[in-house]
Ligand binder design. Structure first.
Ligand code: FES
Length: 165
């Protein structure tokens, strides 16, 4: 058995269970905030608790880009590569992240600290090019900003939202 904190997970499931399928997405988000990602055994537990088909749980995890069916780093770097960000230089932002972290999109650094991802519109088009590190928001940014941002995240473990840098 894994080191999943089942007591916490079960408490979340119990809270969302009365909502059934309507509670699935928030339940998944909340459980993921505890476990870091949604393993098959966790997904199964949620399906049983909310009385929804396991296939539906997997479907939501697959569809919803902020849920993970695999382990991710402590910090997930999401660079938007949708239209507004693309035409404002998201490709260069991704390149700067690749260069700093030494991984490709979809990969996690060997120390388990960072996972790099490209992402469809993150809803902050007015701040393009835009990226997020966990819940922190950065944009508009330049490729030159990327090493400083990621270094600060690495050092602090958290940070404040930046309104353009
Ligand atoms: S296109 Fe990048 S945030 Fe919308």
């Amino acid at each position: 058995m894994s080191d999943i904190p089942w007591e916490q997970v079960d408490a979340v499931i119990a809270r969302w269970a009365p909502r059934g399928r309507a509670g699935l997405l928030p339940c998944l988000e909340e459980v993921q905030s505890i476990t870091g990602w949604l393993s098959p055994e966790v997904s199964r537990r949620i399906a049983e608790g909310l009385k929804v088909p396991l296939a539906d749980v997997f479907g939501v995890i697959t569809f919803y880009g902020l849920l993970y069916d695999r382990p991710v780093g402590r910090f997930v770097v999401r660079v938007c590569d949708d239209v507004s960000c693309f035409i404002n230089g998201s490709r260069e932002i991704v390149d700067a992240c690749r260069s700093y972290l030494g991984v490709e999109p979809g990969e996690t650094t060997p120390d388990g600290l960072f996972t790099l991802e490209t992402h469809p519109c993150l809803g902050r088009c007015e701040r393009a090019p835009f990226m997020m590190v966990n819940e922190l928001e950065f944009g508009p940014i330049t490729p030159q900003d990327v090493p400083r941002i990621l270094e600060e995240v690495r050092k602090s473990g958290a940070g404040q939202e930046e309104e353009g840098v």
